[in-house]
Structure formats: C-alpha cells, structure tokens
Design a protein around this ligand. Structure first.
Ligand code: HEC
Length: 175
C-alpha cells in the first residue's frame, strides 16, 4: 500500500529537485564516517602537544605511506586518523614524561579524521577547498563531535596544499 503510493510522489519530488535536500544532509563532514579498524593500519608517528597537553597518535594506510614516499598525492580512499589522548599530568599539572622522554597517554579525548575521495570537495569555494579532502571530529564514544568547527580544519590545513594538505606528509614519507 505505502510502496505503491510512494512511487508517484517520489517521482514528482525528484522532478521538482526536492530530493537534493536529502543528499545535502550527507554533505561536508557527514561523508566521513568513523574509521572502524583504523588501528589495523600503520601508526606512522606520534606528537606531544605542549599547548593543549595532548599526546596524539596518527594512523593511515600503507598505500598512503607508499604514495608519500614517492612524493605523490595520497590516493583516493585515504583516511588519516588522529587519536587525541589527554597527557598524564604530574601533581603540578605538567605532562609526565615516560622512559622515552615522551608524554604518557591519559584519558582518550577524541578523534580527528581526514578522508579523501575522488569527486569530494567540489562544492567548496577555492579559499576553503582542500582538494578532495573532508574532515570530521569524533568523541571518545566515536560519535560525531557536533561542537567541532569543521571550517577551521579546512582553513588551518589549506596552506599545506603542496603536501596534499597534510601537515605530517614528511613523517608519512619517513623523513
Ligand atoms: C589551528 C590549526 C589546525 C586546525 C584548526 C586543525 N588542524 Fe589538523 N593538524 C594541525 C597540525 C599542526 C597537525 C600536525 C599534528 C599536530 O601537531 O598535532 C594536524 C594534523 C592533522 C591530521 C593528521 C594529518 C596531517 O595533516 O598531518 C588530521 C587527520 C587532522 N589534523 C584533522 C583535523 C580535523 C578533523 C580538524 C577539524 C576538526 C583539524 N585537523 C583542525 C593543525 C590544525
């Protein structure tokens, strides 16, 4: 009953272009879903951030690392996952250092993810567009972090265009 009634209405709506609304719901960062299994990829570097007292881990695919080693743009389908840990703090509130002199992992703070796919990004103006990359932030529970300002991701990564918008491209290349 529902099905047969829906089809003509759907056809009429498509005709009116109303279904573009539905596709816009999955625009921008919504295209990036939580990268389950990211930790089966390669942990290619870690960063101690003194400004916000975080210890960060960076994962991506071997294919992306291979491209960076050749100085090439990263392939379509590349996902780079940043795991943001609160650094363990000492009594004075300063990050503790492990035996390796590096920050020590405390609680999980969240995830920042960038993903590149052929055809993505076409809707952005040139002063924002980061090639075919999209960005998304996730909470420790792997839900979309609705408080994240995704425009800021694009703005801060944009100057790294010559490294395919990736700050740690050199690290990916093993430099
Ligand atoms: C103010 C500048 C700034 C903003 C805003 C920013 N980033 Fe970054 N991003 C960096 C820097 C610097 C690095 C290098 C690693 C580090 O220092 O933590 C980085 C690294 C990354 C990486 C690892 C790949 C790479 O480029 O090296 C991912 C993934 C990432 N950011 C995602 C995001 C997402 C998602 C957002 C928005 C929610 C975002 N970033 C916003 C500065 C920024």
């Amino acid at each position: 009953m529902l099905k047969s009634g829906f089809a003509p209405i759907a056809t009429a709506l498509i005709g009116l272009g109303i279904f573009t609304l539905a596709t816009q719901v999955r625009a921008g960062g919504d295209k990036v879903v939580f990268p389950e299994g990211f930790d089966k990829g390669v942990l290619f570097t870690t960063v101690d951030r003194t400004d916000n007292k975080q210890f960060r881990e960076f994962y991506t695919s071997q294919a992306a690392l291979d491209a960076a080693k050749k100085g090439q743009p990263l392939p379509s389908g590349t996902v780079i996952t940043m795991v943001q840990w609160k650094a363990k703090l000492d009594a004075a509130g300063n990050p503790e250092k492990g035996p390796d002199g590096r920050f020590v992992k405390g609680d999980l703070n969240g995830y920042a993810v960038m993903e590149k796919r052929t055809g993505w990004g076409a809707e952005y103006p040139d002063n924002i567009r980061n090639g075919e990359w999209e960005y998304q932030a996730f909470t420790p529970a792997k839900a979309v972090n609705t408080g994240a300002k995704l425009t800021a991701c694009f703005e801060c990564h944009l100057p790294h265009k010559s490294d395919d918008y990736v700050f740690l491209y050199g690290k990916m290349a093993g430099k």
